[in-house]
Design a binder for this molecule. Sequence first.
Ligand code: SAM
Length: 266
Amino acid sequence: MAGYHAKKRLGQNFLKSPEVIQRIVDEVDPSPGRLVIEIGPGRGALTHPLAESGVELLAVEFDRDLVGYLEKLVRKFDNATILHADFLTFEPDAVRYPVFTLLGNLPYNITSPVMDWCDRYHGRIESAVFMVQEELALRLAGSPGSKNWSPLSVMTQMLFDVDFRFRVSGKAFRPPPKVTSAVVRLTPRATILDTATDAVRQVVKVSFKQRRKLLINNLVPEVIPTVAQACEILNDLGLDRSCRAEQVTIEQFLALTNGLLRLKLV
Ligand code: SAM
């Protein structure tokens, strides 16, 4: 697209490496009869090979200046549609496929709201392949006991298994971003532990408020009035009173939330 200048405010770093593009398309595992919704197709680096694969493709682009170009790019494919919209306001109710795969080389400024979107519509998501900043990918895929275990890890992994797939150097993009990126793959958990309710969200947020503090010191007095009561609650759950939030598993956060709900503390 001669003369087009990438827009920083829309997080436009376009993929140019054929190897990386192919690896991402392989992650999506496109096959006819399935629906892929692409977030931010940009200049079509992933859109074109996906349309060519025969998969049903709906690509949602916010930048009006790119829409005409994208429409021309996929004109010969009956299976590909370009939608000019803000993905964050996109509602999948009208989509006739019961489930779909989400794909996105995500602009860094909408990563968090896209994760909230996944939370809201998790029942419709068959899988999601996202390229994000490496640091965020590590947090999404983090496990208890590691420094990457965070509210984002807990809330995402309550609904999805997260697989850190591979790193992508800045050289694979034009213009190159300052940080390394990584591709993650989300698949729905075999057993949904619970929906990410507001109560769980609140407990997890408070528990991690000051990472270096003991869990008990984050919970008292904001959620639990006294240390004695907190010790009793943690003890009942088999949690050590000297543990930190980064050691607490999803199952333990859920049990803690249920205990606090029973006591009407959240
Ligand atoms: N997929 C392309 C690629 O890999 O080369 C472009 C990726 S670029 C990092 C992000 C794209 O998302 C841009 O095209 C940008 O205009 C688009 N975008 C930004 N915010 C958006 C939003 N809220 N809804 C849909 N697209 C958005």
